[in-house]
Write a protein that binds this ligand. Sequence first.
Ligand SMILES: Cc1ncc(COP(=O)(O)O)c(C=O)c1O
Length: 306
Amino acid sequence: MVAEAEAAIAAHFGLAHAVGVGSGTEALWLSLMALDLPAQSRIAVPALSFFATAEAVLLAGHQPVFVDVLPDRPLMDPTQVPSDVAAVVLVHLFGMRCPTPAVDVPIVSDAAQCAGWGHGAPQGVLSSLSLYPSKTLGVAGDGGVVLTDDDWLAEKVRRIGTHGAARRDLHVELGTTSRLDAVQAAVALALLPHVPAWVERRRSIADAYDAVVQGLPRDPADPVHQYVFLTDDRDALRQRLDAAGIDNGVYYSHPMDIQPTLTDQPIGAVASRCPNAGRYCERALSVPVHEGLTDDDVARVLEVLA
Ligand SMILES: Cc1ncc(COP(=O)(O)O)c(C=O)c1O
């Protein structure tokens, strides 16, 4: 069952290999371990992502180097990637394809939010996908997948996820336990054929919202993992959405470089070094866009937004 799900997910992204692991975080962590970089290498990550992106770099024994995002999109500015990094993690936030920086070091894609995207294979030697229930291809618990076209890297990631064992009782490198369990694989396999229709529905809901608010710039191939728009009136709007019983959230409220685990300071006590990310965090708001919404649900959201 796991092998079947892996093959189906690899085909979904047009890549040769998919290795099932325990979560999207582990998928990125194992990908970075597989690069075999010297300890404490500097690895570029965007200032905006779910914190797991930076955490995976730290867990792999490296240092995240936070790069500001573009002025108009929460995606790493490719012109600001420092020349001394040993690798770059691109995050395709909300399934928006991050531009590729011109660097001569390995690129890994954090494609956690990218199920259903129409951009072809994510850039880089390895990509990580999350199967967490909130994702478009969300299973009934935790799960993740490492994607690659490289036979050797696929085998290495699989080995790292099984304690670095080349065979039973022969541990040739440091690894951990990270497996996609068979039940979650069965769920992924059953849900995957529905993803294209779900993504179409998400796109059409996003089009409706775009008519009344300033949504993020969208490529027709984006799968719309979240619908995010920018507003100068966020607190008041959130109150109106709450009063109408409409779920809403901020993805993300702070750039990653000021998270307390990195600064040893309370959140907000230290200013981010990434001003575009900071401005985005002050204005971003998201409303429901998932395929389970009825036309009436969408109309209710539009009524509050308009
Ligand atoms: C961009 C990004 N990276 C990594 C992760 C981690 O995935 P998981 O929750 O499956 O560990 C997530 C999950 O939300 C994510 O959105």
